[in-house]
Design a protein around this ligand. Sequence first.
Ligand code: ZN
Length: 133
Amino acid sequence: MYRELSVKTRLREECVPITALVQGVVKEEGIRDGWCVVYVPHTTAGITIQENADPDVIEDLMAGLDRMVPQNALYQHEEGNSPAHIKASLLGSSVTVFIEEGKLLLGTWQGIFFCEFDGPRHRRVWVKVSGIK
Ligand code: ZN
């Protein structure tokens, strides 16, 4: 079984911290030793693990992606949101985190971020927790 989380984005592009939401699923599932896969079932949103201490890091990440993937380049896709698709692919659609003593095992400065590139929308995040209770 997997669990579905809802993420409501408010801007065309933004990164939403979801570590606490994912930790909540781990707690509810009661897994003490295992791993957790966090998956984004969308083609214009991605997921990443990045610094959650200084918000400028996420700002710089989004600005860096903008420089790599310009909005006004020539694209074939008629929907007009190719930059969002490309940015989603660059970040990827899942992350895996170990679980130790019932807690997500993240580095001191790390957090999990849902990254919207074609919002605002209601989005879904699927979480699958496996391991020993
Ligand atoms: Zn599209």
